[in-house]
Design a protein around this ligand. Structure first.
Ligand code: KG4
Ligand code: ZN
Length: 352
C-alpha cells in the first residue's frame, strides 16, 4: 500500500461483478476525494444477447460471463495506468445474491487470482454494494433510508452503518424493473423495458387508464407489482386494435401507477425508520426514471430531507460499487473472506 499524505494508506482493490447480465471489473482506490476513487470501471453489457428474449436467460448469461471475465479484468487494469495484479491489495467479487452461473464465474476467478498472487479475497453482497454506492460518489453520512429498485431487487432499508442495515420492506413478487420489462414486452417495446416505457410515457396520457394502488390495506412498506402488471395486461387486451397512441397512454398510466405506489411506500418506509434520517437514497437501475426521482424529491423536501441519486452509470450493475463496498468493509474492520466462501444465490441484507 502507498502512503499518501494525512489520509490513511491507500488501498487498491480489483473488483468483479457478474451476478446478472453485466460482466464488470474495476480498480478502486481508497482516496479521500470521491473523484479519485474510481480508477477504472469496465462493463461488458449482455443486453444485446438477452434483448431478443425480453429478459435475462441465465445459461446464456453464464456463458457470456465466462467469455468476457478475463477481457474486462485485463481492460480494467490496463485503463488503470497499466497496473498489474501485483499492484493490487485486495481482490473482491460479488458472491450473491444473483444468478448462480455468473456468481461462480466471478468468485472462482477472483479466488484463483487471490490464491495465485497471495492476495486477500473479499466476498461482497451485491445488495450492500448498491446500498453503499452513494458514499462512493457523494459525502453521505449514515443513517439514511435507501430504496434499491432494480431489475432483480426492490428493497427499502435503513442504513445505520457499514454492514448494519434494517430491512424495512421488500417486494413480495416482481422487482420494479422487472415489472417495467414485462409491461414493455406486452407492448412490444424493446428490452430493457424501463427506458422504453419512460420514453413512451412522455407522449401519453397518464390518467387514461385507472389502477388501484396495491398493498394499502396491509401495514408496512412491502411492495407488489404483479397487480399493476395484470391490470396493464387487461387494459391492453381490452383495446381491440392497439395503436401507437394507446401504447403511449398505457406506458404513461402504468408508469404513473408504479411511481405513485413507490412514493407511497417510501413514505411508509420512512415512518418505519428508527432514526428519521435526513438523507434518502435511491439506487438500482430504476433510479434512472425521472418521474420516480421527481416524486421522491418532492417527498424528501416535504420532510426536510435530501434525496441522493448516484449517477445512472453507478446505479445499475457495475464492479466499482463492489470495490467500494470492499473498501468500506475493510475500513469498518470487517475481515476478509476465506477461499472456501460459498457463493449465495440468495443472500439477504439482514444476514450480513
Ligand atoms: O440495476 P440494473 O441495471 O440491473 C439489475 O437488475 O440488477 O437494473 C436494470 C433494471 C431493468 O429492469 C430496467 O428496465 C430498469 O432497471 N430501468 C428502468 C429505467 N432504466 C432502467 N426502469 C424504469 N425507468 C427507467 N428509466
Ligand atoms: Zn444490481
Amino acid at each position: 500500500m502507498q502512503q499518501l499524505g494525512v489520509w490513511q494508506a491507500i488501498m487498491i482493490v480489483l473488483a468483479i461483478e457478474s451476478s446478472c447480465d453485466e460482466t464488470s471489473a474495476a480498480v478502486i482506490q481508497d482516496a479521500e476525494n470521491p473523484r479519485q476513487r474510481i480508477v477504472s470501471n469496465v462493463i461488458n453489457s449482455q443486453i444485446e444477447t438477452h434483448k431478443r428474449y425480453g429478459g435475462v436467460i441465465p445459461e446464456y448469461a453464464a456463458r457470456r460471463h465466462m467469455d468476457y471475465i478475463d477481457v474486462v479484468i485485463n481492460e480494467a487494469l490496463r485503463s488503470a495506468n497499466n497496473l498489474t495484479i501485483d499492484d493490487v491489495d485486495v481482490i473482491a467479487a460479488t458472491a450473491g445474491p444473483g444468478l448462480i452461473g455468473g456468481l461462480l464465474v466471478g468468485t472462482v476467478t477472483a479466488k484463483t487470482i487471490a490464491l495465485m498472487k497471495s492476495k486477500p479475497f473479499m466476498a461482497i453482497n451485491h445488495l450492500e454494494g448498491h446500498l453503499l454506492t452513494v458514499r462512493l460518489c457523494c459525502e453521505v453520512e449514515f443513517p439514511y433510508l435507501v430504496l434499491l429498485a432494480s431489475g432483480g431487487h426492490f428493497v427499502f432499508a435503513e442504513a445505520l452503518g457499514v454492514g448494519d442495515y434494517r430491512v424495512l420492506g421488500e417486494t413480495l413478487d416482481d422487482a420494479a424493473g422487472e415489472a417495467f420489462d414485462k409491461v414493455a414486452k406486452m407492448l412490444g417495446l424493446e428490452y430493457p423495458g424501463g427506458p422504453s416505457i419512460e420514453k413512451y410515457a412522455k407522449k401519453g396520457d397518464k390518467n387514461r387508464f385507472k389502477y388501484t394502488m396495491p398493498m394499502q390495506r396491509r401495514d408496512g412498506c412491502d411492495a407488489s407489482f404483479s397487480g399493476i402488471k395484470t391490470a396493464t395486461k387487461l387494459h391492453i387486451e381490452y383495446i381491440s386494435d392497439i395503436n401507437e397512441q394507446d401504447r403511449y397512454d398505457i406506458a404513461a398510466s402504468f408508469q404513473n401507477a408504479v411511481v405513485n405506489f413507490i412514493a407511497k411506500q417510501t413514505e411508509r418506509a420512512y415512518a418505519m425508520t428508527k432514526t428519521s434520517p435526513k438523507n434518502i437514497v435511491l439506487s438500482g437501475g430504476v433510479a434512472a426514471n425521472l418521474a420516480l426521482r421527481e416524486v421522491l424529491a418532492i417527498f424528501a423536501t416535504k420532510i426536510g430531507a435530501n434525496l441522493f441519486v448516484p449517477p445512472v452509470s453507478l446505479c445499475s450493475d457495475n464492479a466499482a460499487m463492489i470495490g467500494w463496498c470492499a473498501i468500506e468493509r475493510i475500513r469498518a474492520g470487517h475481515g476478509f473472506s476465506g477461499l472456501d466462501f460459498k457463493t449465495k444465490p440468495k443472500w439477504g441484507l439482514d444476514e450480513l
